[in-house]
Ligand binder design. Structure first.
Ligand code: NAD
Ligand code: TDX
Length: 351
């Protein structure tokens, strides 16, 4: 094997796209996917590659330091691509401590295990930490986040991701660990858990249920096709210099309400509904606490240094995403069966 790579959180939304890309593109790499299979992790996301000879799944918790140290000894990893996290802002508002445990303690456990196992010899070793644009806080109507923007997280989720980023940099500065970090904007595409805006809206429109829009729907997000994110991670993993940070974004800003209206239009066409029918489902609900107004990523460093550019245009990507959800009803039924209903009722009951 040319490399043995630990990918954490590979059964989740972005992780499954990263695992698929690495397993298929690099038959000479051994890919070990470590995932706790929380409500957000789903092995159905990887059925197409689960029998590949260079792929292995391990169920486990990054919060368990002893287990993580043993895993390094057993598999002799050369690199880590760390995506495992609690990732939903609304859940972090309801239960911050889970985010501290997984996102902060879990990340430090992985850093420690890598440091101990590699014992200061970082030649051809790498710890890649996947982070978010939310660490930079919120923008007004203008401006963009660059890699030099100061951290200013507002939600327990973004505070926990900011903390983990600081630990990763501290391990580089203090122990010389070879690290890279990327901070990405909102992803969309297939296998996205339907608690996040786009898949939740698709599911609700499909079922003729109210589509909850927080506040006035004026908040702006910068949306990136998830496979473009996976391709950026591939490029950065292989080409970035040690200690570097890269911002990844779609240059694709949408107000939530405009995005939902576009989605309604696409779904009217796909479902053979009268034009304007799905828009009737839009329901304005109480705003998210501490709701960041606008995110926008300046990814020019990545474009200039490493030649990455976003590939798929948004309208096309959104239509492809809708097609995937309509064609994968079983997946949607599976992930919305057990605890999803109780989450949904609690989250939206009082709005
Ligand atoms: P997700 O919630 O879909 O998946 C997270 C995965 O991590 C799940 O498979 C879950 O089972 C696993 N996991 C959670 N806790 C774990 C633990 N203690 N031990 C082992 N595995 C555990 O998340 P996502 O949207 O795919 O995000 C992946 C990463 O990318 C996260 O680090 C997130 O902060 C970051 N990110 C996400 C976005 C986005 O738009 N979704 C944007 C930028 C960055
Ligand atoms: O029901 C909803 N109604 C609504 O108006 C939901 C779930 C969300 N929203 C709004 C809140 C945001 O302004 O839509 C926007 C997008 O919300 P989410 O899909 O929850 O994403 P966001 O909070 O922007 O965070 C996402 O992008 C950055 C991911 O969940 C994070 O993991 C990532 O780091």
């Amino acid at each position: 094997m040319e490399k043995r790579i630990l990918i954490t959180g590979g059964a989740g939304f972005i992780g499954s796209h990263v695992v698929r890309r690495f397993v298929k593109s690099y038959p000479g790499y051994k890919i070990v996917n470590l995932d706790k299979l929380t409500y957000a992790g789903n092995l159905l996301n990887l059925v197409d590659i689960e029998d590949e000879p260079n792929y292995e799944f391990v169920k486990g918790d990054i919060v368990d330091a002893g287990f993580i140290a043993d895993l390094f000894s057993v598999y002799q990893f050369d690199a880590v691509i760390h995506l495992a996290a609690e990732s939903h802002v609304d859940r972090s508002i309801a239960n911050p401590m889970e985010f501290v445990m997984t996102n902060v303690i879990g990340t430090v456990n992985l850093l420690n295990a890598a440091k101990e196992y590699w014992k200061g010899d970082y030649d051809k070793k790498r710890f890649y930490h996947v982070s978010t644009d939310e660490v930079y806080g919120a923008l007004g109507e203008t401006g963009m986040f660059t890699e030099a923007t100061s951290y200013d997280p507002h939600s327990p989720y973004s505070a926990s991701k900011a903390s983990s980023d600081h630990f990763v940099r501290a391990y580089h500065d203090t122990y010389g660990l070879d690290v890279v970090i990327s901070n990405c904007s909102n992803n969309y595409g297939s296998h996205h858990f339907p608690e996040k805006l786009i898949p939740l809206a698709i599911n609700n429109i499909k079922n003729n249920k109210a589509v909850p829009v927080y506040g006035k729907g004026e908040n702006v997000r910068d949306w990136l096709w998830v496979e473009d994110h996976a391709r950026a991670i591939d490029v950065i993993f292989h080409q970035a210099k040690t200690g570097e940070t890269y911002n990844i974004g779609g240059h694709n800003e949408w107000k939530n309400i405009d995005l939902i209206k576009l989605l309604c239009k696409i779904m009217d066409q796909k479902l053979g509904r009268e034009a304007g029918a799905s828009e009737q489902l839009i329901t304005y609900v109480t705003d998210r606490a501490g709701h960041d107004l606008r995110y926008a990523i300046d990814s020019s460093k990545l474009q200039h240094n490493l030649g990455w550019v976003p590939g798929l245009q948004f309208e096309e990507g959104l239509a492809k995403t809708v097609d995937w959800y309509l064609e994968n009803e079983q997946w949607l039924n599976d992930v919305t069966s057990s605890n999803y209903q109780s989450y949904y009722e609690t989250q939206y009951a009082e709005r």
